[in-house]
Design a protein around this ligand. Structure first.
Ligand code: GCO
Ligand code: MG
Length: 404
């Protein structure tokens, strides 16, 4: 089974997505997600200009060899652009292999280890009453685990509450500028424990609650937040400190029993290093899309298992239904599953991508269709052109640029 075409599809059904579609000489097609939010065209070029020409004529069944060929063979290995491209090729080849076998992907990964993948939804609000309403709404949608993000008194626009697709007007040539949010760590640290106190009091002890610190705290600030949140028994505190310095987590870990999650901005198993070997985190957050595909995630989740960490695969709306489907197959198959983030895609996105996974009883379930179980409608994709968009940036009240 030889690869005869590898087409990169860039589409913007409400937000931008990059998808690789591989076709084989026996007529099978496979899809892989390569969406890197805010830097989409860099990955599209990497795929079109540097990867697709190498794929034609290769044996579609040699997934590990192709992974190594694109990873080691590039010499300039790793990095978010490279690894999103590798992810797309890898995921598309797994889709093809599973279709050729006539099996849903999870069967090739070892079969089901559970009946479904517990998913968490997003609740947020500018103040506590809004947050309580939002948690109620998320539960009414069927979720049995909820991430809670809050506005901060004195700040206009905060991660997780404000619309992340906002822009701040246009620069020359009509190109948008990133929206600017504001930040005050002291105000946040004072406020967040009150939010979780109120949510716990309202919804009782059993509801799994999660929170994303989105890389904003120093180690000692993160340690304090973890301690302050202990009475509210979080499922996890995510990205309490910027991810690139694993030594920060030693300090945080030494002070708090709040479980820690990290890794959505990582792009390979190697980024985790001491975070896993020293047991500094409880959950690994890499997405199939950003960390080398099904093969990349499989390597990571096996290493995590050795060090007692579980999966918490990244699943915001900027992971396409293709990336989400791949995650759901892994979630079902791996032993050390923790939880799956699941943000529903818009109707426009679902016109282009037709996933067959389902969300029932608070859990995600892959379909029994052979492969990933996602069709890409190329005509619908062509109706939604790419539009440049950025993630926001974040500034302290005195204007200093801070982590977003
Ligand atoms: C999450 C993430 C997202 C990211 C987004 C950036 O935990 O879901 O932090 O909200 O900010 O994926 O593109
Ligand atoms: Mg996050």
């Amino acid at each position: 089974m030889r690869i005869i075409a590898a087409d990169t599809v860039v589409t913007g059904p409400g937000r931008n997505f990059v998808t690789l579609r591989i076709t084989t000489d026996d007529g099978l097609t496979g899809v892989g997600d390569a969406t890197l939010n805010g830097r989409e065209l860099a990955v599209a070029s990497y795929l079109r200009d540097h990867v697709a020409p190498l794929l034609t004529g290769r044996d579609a069944g040699r997934i590990e060899d192709t992974w190594q060929y694109l990873y080691r063979g590039a010499y300039w290995r790793r990095g978010p652009v490279t690894m999103a491209a590798v992810a797309a090729v890898d995921t598309a080849l797994w889709d093809i292999k599973a279709k050729a076998a006539g099996m849903p992907l999870y069967q090739l990964l070892g079969g089901a280890s559970r009946t479904g993948a517990l998913a968490y939804g997003h609740a947020s609000g500018r103040d506590i009453p809004e947050i309580l309403d939002s948690v109620r709404a998320v539960r009414a949608e069927g979720y049995r685990a909820v991430r809670v993000q809050s506005g901060v008194p004195g700040l206009d626009s905060v991660y997780g509450v404000d619309d992340p697709t906002r822009t701040a007007g246009t620069a020359s040539g009509g190109h948008p500028r990133p929206h600017e949010e504001t930040w005050d760590t002291a105000a946040y640290l004072r406020h967040i424990p009150r939010v979780f106190e109120a949510v716990r009091a309202e919804f009782g002890p059993e509801l799994p609650l999660l929170h994303d610190g989105h890389h904003r705290l120093t180690p000692i600030q993160a340690a304090r937040l973890g301690k302050d949140l202990e009475p509210y028994d979080l499922f996890w505190l995510e990205d309490a400190t910027p991810a690139e310095d694993p030594t920060a987590l030693r300090l945080v870990r030494g002070h708090t029993t709040t479980p820690l999650a990290l890794g959505e901005v990582f792009n390979s198993v190697y980024d985790y290093g001491p975070l896993l070997s020293e047991r500094l985190i409880d959950f690994v957050r890499s997405a199939v899309t950003h960390a080398g595909g099904v093969t990349g995630l499989r390597k990571l989740l096996d290493l995590a298992a050795v060090h007692g960490a579980r999966s918490g695969i990244h699943g915001p709306a900027d992971i396409s239904p293709v990336g989400m489907a791949a995650a759901v197959h892994l979630d079902l198959a791996v032993h050390n599953f923790g939880i799956q983030e699941y943000t529903r895609h818009t109707a426009e996105t679902l016109e282009v991508f037709r996933p067959s996974y389902t969300f029932e009883g608070g859990a995600l379930h892959p379909s029994e269709q052979p492969g990933l179980g996602v069709d890409l409608d190329a005509e619908a994709a062509a109706r939604f052109p790419y539009e440049p968009a950025y993630l926001p940036v974040n500034r302290l009240l005195d204007g200093t640029l801070h982590d977003w």
